[in-house]
Design a protein around this ligand. Structure first.
Ligand code: SF4
Length: 368
């Protein structure tokens, strides 16, 4: 989305689109934007500075690289302060040593850490340290160049860019996805993947991605999204964005390969009807040939993520009851709580059958 249209989009908050009962989603605008001394020296840092200034924000520039003022008196207050803060920093050295991310991709790398949304089951809880401020990496060009070193010989290498953030949620402020998609567009043997719950895709439509970026949309039953996914666009709006990204360029779309990440799948009351309605909507909107994948992820939590989520969302209605779950251990001995086997089998059979019937051309990449 060009800056002008971002501004128009923001002005239209809560405006009802002609004849449709769809509220325009207001892109996130941080209360505080802060650049570290190192970050403002980076050309990409300066581009972000110009963007946010043009959007009417008043960034601070620090004389050093230490961001303070993120803590409140309680954890809840810290959460509020941090979630309203956009910090532009340089990624630390460790970020250049890429880690694998099975089953999603060969490698993960990060444009940013943190996210402005408020999902009560957030995957970041317990994985990122400190207050959940949104940190964007100003040394992005170096981060991108570094991914080249991890390319496998004579085979396509895949890179996941949304492990620690929702990159589209920040795009109007940073332009980082655009730079990343174009970078991978010039790399014949590397594929980019990212997933989002956001819908402002206009700035990505005309890019030269050369089919090397898969745009994935995180979807859920309406009842789950309404109850647990604060600060995100509605499911209908996300599906429209997915359609737009997948439509051929000649029809005004982005012509991207696309994916649906159904997560976290939850056996809510009457779940078959709830997820059936979601499949109905998807089928209506994806009524043309497209390169489509599905990733199916059931809800799970760890003791650590439960503690953090209960600090962030003390009144949550999310089911975090250990006694009704099975435990799964990873190779380091860490525990995860997942649904019991019978439930898992029932859910898996349902989702595989629905996808097979409704989207026979699509691939299911994994179930977990
Ligand atoms: Fe967390 Fe993803 Fe929701 Fe952001 S969109 S709050 S990263 S679950």
């Amino acid at each position: 989305m060009e800056l002008l249209s971002v501004l128009e989009h923001i002005d239209q908050e809560a405006k009802v689109i002609q004849g449709e009962d769809v509220k325009v989603f207001k892109p996130w605008m941080p209360k505080r934007v802060v650049f570290t001394a190192d970050a403002i020296e980076q050309p990409y840092g300066q581009r972000i500075f110009e963007r946010v200034t043009r959007l009417g924000l008043q960034p601070e520039v620090l004389k050093n690289n230490r961001i303070t003022g993120l803590r409140g008196e309680t954890e809840r207050e810290t959460y509020k302060i941090a979630k309203n803060t956009l910090a532009i920093v340089n990624a630390p050295k460790g970020a250049f040593n890429l880690r694998p991310i099975p089953p999603s991709a060969d490698w993960q790398f990060h444009l940013a850490e943190g996210c402005p949304a408020h999902c009560q089951y957030c995957y970041l809880a317990g994985s990122l340290q400190g207050p959940p401020a949104i940190r964007v990496f100003a040394n992005l060009p170096e981060i991108l160049e570094n991914t080249v070193k991890f390319e496998r010989l004579n085979q396509i290498t895949s890179y996941e860019a949304s492990c620690y953030t929702d990159p589209l949620s920040l795009e109007h402020l940073t332009g980082g996805l655009q730079e990343t998609i174009e970078f991978f567009g010039n790399r014949p043997m590397s594929h980019l993947r990212f997933v989002t719950k956001f819908d402002a895709v206009d700035s990505l439509i005309g890019l030269q991605h050369n089919g090397r970026t898969r745009f994935r949309c995180s979807l859920n039953a309406d009842a789950v999204a309404r109850r647990l996914e604060g600060g995100t666009p509605k499911i209908d709006a996300r599906i429209k964005a997915l359609r737009k990204m997948a439509l051929p360029k000649l029809q005004g779309g982005g012509g991207y390969p696309i994916g649906v990440v159904l997560a976290p799948i939850m056996p809510i009351p009457d779940w078959e009807t709830a997820y059936g309605n979601l499949f109905d909507k998807l089928q209506q909107q994806l009524n043309f040939d497209c390169d489509l994948t599905f990733e199916l992820i059931t809800h799970r939590f760890t003791p650590g993520s439960k503690d953090v989520l209960l600090e962030w969302y003390p009144n949550t209605s999310l089911d975090l009851e250990e006694s009704t779950r099975s435990t799964k251990r990873n190779k380091f001995g860490g525990v995860k709580y997942v649904y019991v086997k019978e439930m898992m089998l029932g859910l898996k059979a349902y989702f595989e059958q629905q996808i097979g019937k409704r989207f026979p051309q699509a691939r299911i990449l994994y179930w977990t």
